[in-house]
Design a protein around this ligand. Structure first.
Ligand code: SAH
Length: 355
């Protein structure tokens, strides 16, 4: 049985024809799945019984299984099991007036950032398009309010899984699919220069929000934190971003995780400002105080220090925001949920507000 969530509309028209239905039925089925969130073909009432039977014998919509979920005041963390028995995490974040869904793009990650919990197991494998889309479907099905923003900031490096992520994005932003605004889908990358250039030339991908994890103000420190900097040098990365074909009013988000006594010093703020100053109008900077992980030797700086860092950057007329990591307060930063599965399961059973 084939997964319907792997198709764009045109492909699904062909598939549906090959099992004997008229091509226009494809839009009807996709409307059920992505707009009405009905994935049971038997309940698609504008189709004949015979067609519903054919569809349910030929296709299916879900591939993930909910393993657990925990709700906190500002977020819900979902743990999903893949068909081959791996776990991935998805976090729903309650913003002031909307919902944001943080998706995973890989099982594990090959990038090996020193401070990141997902790095520990290395890369297990890429997620498929259906596994990405199903994170959305299973969470959205659970909610009365529509998810408005999607960010690829969960486990994995989305640009290292370009094709599957691209197809998922196509389903997300197409009117026949989930129909999210292009401006409300963000790709966060560790800074793979070749893939950013590819994105810049890709009519679908270049319209999304691009976020880049900078995390260090110098090549030296960045190489220590993020070994991919050796082959993706910081200055070249910033230049590549400086050339990214956004209209003048759009900005690339630079993410900078602040780690106590390592990259949060005053001089780090000055170096970072010098580095990005030539493209000042092209960027906004998000400062993210580090979310400590018991297995890693890094700490979160005091908030005072975080705001001092912000003030220095602002003195260079940069636009800088402090992002108090919602949804990751309890366990969520990038891979921490999955790696603490045991803790997660205990929390589910202990938590008075688990659902
Ligand atoms: N691979 C992509 C997306 C996943 S990581 C990327 O690197 O952008 C998403 C963000 O979480 C990155 O900015 C990363 O630097 C940050 N991050 C990872 N571990 C963290 C932690 N323990 N505390 C705070 N931010 C963290």
């Amino acid at each position: 049985m084939e997964l319907i969530t792997s198709y764009a509309l045109q492909e699904f028209k062909e598939k549906i024809q090959s099992v004997g239905l008229e091509p226009y039925r494809a839009s009807q089925v996709m409307n059920w799945i992505y707009q009405r969130l009905e994935t049971d073909f038997h309940k698609m009432t504008n189709l004949s019984k015979a067609h519903r039977d054919i569809l349910s014998k030929s296709f299916r919509a879900h591939t993930l299984e909910l393993a657990d979920k925990v709700s906190a005041s500002d977020s819900i963390k979902y743990l999903f099991r893949t068909e081959d028995g791996h776990f991935i995490e998805t976090v729903l974040i309650f913003e002031r007036d909307h919902l944001t869904l943080c998706l995973s793009s890989q099982i594990g990650c090959a990038i090996n950032c020193r401070f990141c919990a997902t790095a520990r197991d290395g890369l297990v494998r890429n997620l498929s398009t259906p596994e990405i889309i199903d994170q959305y479907l299973l969470v959205q099905r659970d909610l009365s309010q529509r998810i408005r923003n999607v960010v690829f900031m969960g486990m994995g490096e989305p640009l290292a899984n370009y094709e599957a992520v691209r197809k998922a994005v196509e389903i997300m932003i197409s009117p026949w699919g989930i129909n999210l605004s292009k401006r409300r889908v963000s790709i966060s990358t560790s800074g793979l220069i070749a893939q950013i250039r590819r994105m810049a030339q890709d009519p679908l991908m270049k319209e999304l929000n691009l976020a880049v994890s900078i995390n260090a103000p110098s090549q030296y420190l960045r190489e220590y934190f993020m070994p991919i900097s050796k082959t993706n040098p910081l200055e070249e990365l910033i230049e590549t971003l400086g050339m990214f074909p956004y209209p003048p009013d759009r900005r690339i988000m630079l993410e900078y995780v602040l780690i106590k006594d390592i990259n949060d010093r005053e001089r780090d703020a000055h170096s970072l400002a010098q580095l990005v100053k030539p493209y000042r109008k092209k960027f906004k900077i998000n400062l993210i105080p580090y979310n400590p992980d018991p297995s890693l030797p890094f700490e979160r700086p005091d908030l005072q220090r975080v705001y001092a860092f912000q003030d220095i950057l602002r003195s260079y007329n940069l636009s800088v925001f402090v992002r108090l990591s919602k949804g990751i307060e309890v366990f969520g930063a990038c891979g921490q949920l999955r790696s603490k599965r045991k803790y997660f399961l205990e929390a589910v059973h202990d938590s008075p507000n688990n659902i």
